[in-house]
Design a binder for this molecule. Structure first.
Ligand SMILES: [Zn+2]
Length: 81
């Protein structure tokens, strides 16, 4: 099953994933929950400048966080695939 709102989807607004935040996302946090996902699976959260640290700490504490890249980098690497 695909993620319903991937950051590189052309029609979707690219908004921070933090609860209640409507700011434009600048960062992509790639994560994986080993209890739910195969090791090569990547879920993504979007974060504005303000929430990047909060969201990455949340994922990092659980050992889920794999990668934090700028949205531009993420889209460039996604276009490569
Ligand atoms: Zn935010």
């Amino acid at each position: 099953m695909n993620s319903p709102n991937p950051p590189n989807s052309p029609e979707s607004a690219v908004i921070c994933s933090a609860k209640g935040c409507r700011a434009a996302a600048v960062w992509v946090l790639a994560w994986n929950n080993p209890k739910l996902h195969t090791p090569d699976r990547r879920k993504t959260w979007l974060a504005c400048e303000e929430h990047r640290e909060h969201l990455s700490q949340f994922l990092g504490m659980r050992g889920f966080l794999k990668d934090v890249v700028t949205l531009a980098e993420w889209e460039a690497s996604a276009a490569d695939r």
